[in-house]
Design a protein around this ligand. Sequence first.
Ligand code: SAM
Length: 473
Amino acid sequence: MLSRKRRREEPPSIHPRNRYAENPPDFAQLASLYPSFEPFVFFSRSGRPTIDWKDFNATRELTRVLLLHDHAVNWWIPDGQLCPTVPNRSNYIHWINDLLSSELIPATHGSDHRVKGFDIGTGANCIYPLLGASLLGWSFVGSDVTEVALEWATKNVESNPHLLELIKIRNASDPFSLGGFTSSRRDIANESNPDLCIDENTQPLCQDLKEPSALEPPLLVGVVKDGESFDFCMCNPPFFESLEEASLNPRTSCGGTPEEMVCHGGEKAFITRIIEDSFVLKRSFRWFSTMVGKKANLKFLISKLREVGVSVVKTTEFVQGQTARWGLAWSFIPPSKDFISSNTPMRSQISFTLEGLKRQYGAFQVLKSMESFFLDKGISCKIDLSSFSVTVTLSEVQVNIAPKNGLELLKAGENQSSKSQCVFCVSLLEQIPGTLLVRWSSSAKDRPAVSGGFNSLFNQLEECLRKEFSLKA
Ligand SMILES: C[S@@+](CC[C@H](N)C(=O)[O-])C[C@H]1O[C@@H](n2cnc3c(N)ncnc32)[C@H](O)[C@@H]1O
């Protein structure tokens, strides 16, 4: 109920350059063109052609026909393997393209250079290399560790002779066939960072610069060959720590084997290892990036990135149906001068998840608590129970005071007359039972001061709600 109402109000979740942003897939047309897809299409009560999203065969066939029809890509995966949705996966590719074309991190090559990416854990579906190569002509190395992923990723590339030269599949658990793995991580760190000079007695700059566990296949160090360089790496990591945790996630028809969904320590450990490797290979990539499944992990990972001394961190939010995912990107290369003086990036939308809600509490209590939070600070707000949101109105004076002096001064400013007000909306979306997504959106994109103040207010709100409602606080 809550989610359905909320969804109607969600801002567009799709990248503006995504080909499905303006024209979502036309199931009726696809059914008439592809007889194998036709049996999966039926008319919903509202009269619209749709498919059963809980049927793995239906979603796999949809992905197959979308890749064929819109991207001229031949594709297939065996039963049970993770089935990607094409519009959602395209968003990550477009975000990487934004990062590369922003020139925030200067390119070292000329404009005729072919962009080269590294997809960590490409899966049997090999979706990112296939999309990146067919949409933008990028070349890729896609790595994986399971036999089925390596076999099917290779098949998927070989079924597309026009992409054969662009995509290479690499076995990350077969490092001895690669150059460079015979050196220890410390040696590699020294080679690629001559200014570091780490010897056995040196306390490493990065606390986590340690030899990887013998049980865990490498991610980048030992898989990237000596002398190789890439414009970016990307990764959709196994999100879960255990099969139990994976099965708590709302079941979709997207399949996914334990090898694809689960890893020791969950995404936090997996991405931490990517960060450690990025420190070692800091000169070999212009951008490092990964998808993050849990907002709470995003904060931890950003603090890790600060620890290892990255020069830039960028985040974005990908909303996929009812699930939110985050994109995290970083670089060790100094940003180009044009960008250094610019303000902190603006966000028109920020969010956090409130996990492990205590049993006795639900969205209603959280909403009432948000109302009290704002009223206590002298900020005008209005609850809307039908959309589970609170509309917050800040006077110009309140907005201008907040970022500089902290929120305690908001009350002091409230009596001053204000010419213009800023209206923001904080809304709740139930992700899974016991987990709420709290999202804050504003239309004040053109006013950095407003967003700065609001970000700080939002952080306080997060802290306050966590203390009151979350078991994990
Ligand atoms: C969630 S799946 C992502 C598959 C695909 N990229 C996608 O987005 O649908 C994670 C993948 O990472 C792979 N993987 C796990 N450890 C790895 C490692 N050390 N190096 C490369 N791939 C790994 C798994 O086998 C799995 O295919």
